[in-house]
Ligand binder design. Structure first.
Ligand SMILES: [Mg+2]
Length: 153
């Protein structure tokens, strides 16, 4: 598996891997933020995550995702309970972005990542190049960034 080879390069340090959801472990449906319960899980990627969780004590997985309202957050939690319960609730950061608010998603995720206080290595996996770019340009925690395709194969 490619991801576990990549993470092994980091060494024996404690690693926190933050996973995006839409387009990363869930099939991204353009223009449909609702009906999360029937969204298609990207099973090959999810199984790779499960394998790493079961094999490595020094690697923990977290969720970093955004919803527009509370019902989306509830739906995403239900989806995770069904397809990836190995990531416990306390490791899930599902943040609200008010559509009328003026803070775009890349800044919300960047600010969240910058606010983490830990000596662990932080890895972020996301399919959105705007998010990767925002974190890369203002990267207080030396986050290691990967596009979603790192999860495949
Ligand atoms: Mg995404």
């Amino acid at each position: 598996m490619f991801l576990d080879k990549e993470l092994k390069k980091i060494g024996k340090k404690n690693i926190r891997v933050y996973l995006d959801m839409d387009g990363t472990i869930v099939h991204y449906e353009v223009g449909n933020a609702d009906n999360y319960d029937i969204k298609r899980p990207l099973l090959n990627r999810i199984n790779n995550v499960k394998k790493i969780i079961s094999e490595y004590d020094n690697i923990s997985f977290y969720i970093l995702s955004i919803g527009h309202e509370q019902k989306h957050i509830d739906q995403k939690n239900k989806w995770l309970d069904k397809y990836l319960p190995e990531i416990p609730k306390e490791n899930r950061a599902i943040l609200i972005r008010n559509i009328r608010g003026n803070k775009p998603s890349p800044e919300i995720k960047r600010d969240f990542i910058n606010s983490i206080k830990t000596d662990d290595i932080i890895v972020l996996i996301d399919d959105d190049p705007r998010i990767i770019d925002a974190v890369r340009k203002n990267n207080k925690n030396n986050v290691i960034l990967y596009k979603d395709s790192v999860l495949s194969d």
